[in-house]
Design a protein around this ligand. Structure first.
Ligand SMILES: *Cc1c(COP(=O)(O)O)cnc(C)c1O
Length: 395
């Protein structure tokens, strides 16, 4: 036996290449913003989750610098064993105030918040009903919990209800889990109806507000606010890394829930607390979200402008700053992303296995200038028109 036990890795990579599923990382330079320098080329950035343009904002940078000077770079250990900072408590109160919940808990990332929360809430005797398009962190959290996981078709309440009728009774606790804004499509979950079904079938509900916090709702609290569900009992998770321009995740809910998670969520207990810089930056961002409504309005003006200008193309249904142009194959998506890049536009091709169908995904920011949005529209329409001509001339 002289075979190399690692040889399969190269073969597996080859298969990924053949399917046009291969991905690699590109280096960007300078501060994040509406324009990025990608490997030497200056591009208009439609690839960022920095919806409010706060990740490069001087106020967040200043807050991070001051916290670092005062408190250092690292948190030195888990919060339970090494103690935490006033700054952590302040951030948790700020999140609870934004979300209008009794309390909140911050994790080192949104991914860890989801894994830790779901696996603390349910176990082997329980059942999870999960939207088929849920984010990877929700799916893996569900798997890790050991609960029975039943997927329902995307935003399909009839399918969910049928499955609840069929399976709910066989299990102890039940958790319905959904993204609030679906990250690769941009549509919203039917939250009020999910909450009604949950009540009828004695289930808990967990919604992931990762893309909605700072973006949706009158005060930027997210889809819970957008749908008028503020104050209802449910579990909200999310991230500090998108509209809030920092790094970390959170859970917001009742004081009892948060107290329980501090005792039972391993991805919170056994990991180092958020750094002072990340904590202070997120805190500064929440203050901006709560005081600067113009910024959110600017974001929505940009979203509406882009949607209006692209009407007539094969856009996926969206009610958020995530706007996707559907394409037939991964290769087509890759080609269009490349052609856009040649015209100065940075927007990613999203392909299987991340999603079932290929697309280009545009994320709109508050800090995009109207002429930058116009530039995107002109680029797409001219590329599609050229392709059309080539097709008709039989090239
Ligand atoms: C980005 C994202 C996460 C993960 O958040 P991180 O803080 O980046 O780990 C979780 N859920 C959804 C829906 C997301 O889009």
């Amino acid at each position: 036996m002289s075979s190399n036990p690692y040889a399969w890795i190269e073969e597996s990579l080859e298969t990924i290449h053949c399917a046009d599923w291969y991905r690699s990382v590109k280096t960007i330079y300078g501060r994040p913003g509406a324009i990025v320098n990608l490997e030497g080329q200056s591009l208009i950035n439609f690839a960022s989750n920095d919806y409010l343009g706060l990740a490069g904002d001087d106020r967040l940078i200043q807050a991070a610098i001051e916290a670092t000077k005062e408190l250092g770079t690292g948190s030195t250990g888990s919060r339970l064993l090494s103690g935490h900072r006033e700054l952590h408590e302040k951030l948790e109160s700020a999140i609870a105030s934004l979300k209008q919940t009794e309390d909140a808990l911050v994790f080192s990332s949104g991914y860890l918040a989801n894994i830790g929360t779901i696996s603390a809430l349910v176990g082997r005797r329980d059942v999870i009903f999960s939207d088929q398009y849920n984010h990877s962190s929700l799916k893996n959290g569900a798997k890790l919990s050991g609960a029975k996981v039943i997927d329902y078709s995307h935003c399909n309440l009839a399918d969910l209800e049928t499955k609840l009728q069929q399976y709910r009774q066989q299990y102890r606790r039940c958790l319905i889990v959904s993204d609030s804004i679906f990250s690769m499509d941009g549509d919203l979950c039917p939250l009020p109806q999910l909450l009604s079904l949950a009540e009828a079938f004695d289930c808990m509900v967990l919604v992931d507000e990762a893309h909605a916090t700072g973006v949706m709702g009158k005060t930027g609290a997210g889809c819970v606010e957008h749908f008028g569900c503020t104050g209802k009992e449910l579990i909200q998770v999310g991230t500090l890394s998108k509209a809030l321009g920092s790094l970390g995740g959170y859970v917001a809910g009742s004081a009892t829930l948060i107290d329980f998670l501090r005792n039972r969520a391993p991805s919170w207990i056994y990991t180092t607390g958020l750094s002072p810089a990340d904590t202070a930056a997120a805190l500064a961002a929440i203050e901006i979200v709560q005081t600067d409504r113009d910024r959110r309005q600017q974001l929505w003006r940009n979203v509406n402008l882009l949607k209006q200008q692209l009407a007539g193309l094969n856009l996926l249904p969206s009610e958020s700053p995530i706007i996707c142009l559907g394409l037939a194959t991964p290769a087509e998506a890759l080609t269009l992303a490349k052609q856009l890049k040649e015209r100065g536009i940075f927007a990613p091709a999203i392909r299987p296995p991340t999603v079932p169908t290929s697309r280009i995904r545009f994320s709109v920011m508050a800090t995009h200038e109207p002429n930058q949005i116009q530039q995107l529209v002109i680029s797409i329409t001219s590329i599609l028109a050229e392709d059309d001509k080539r097709w008709k001339s039989g090239e």
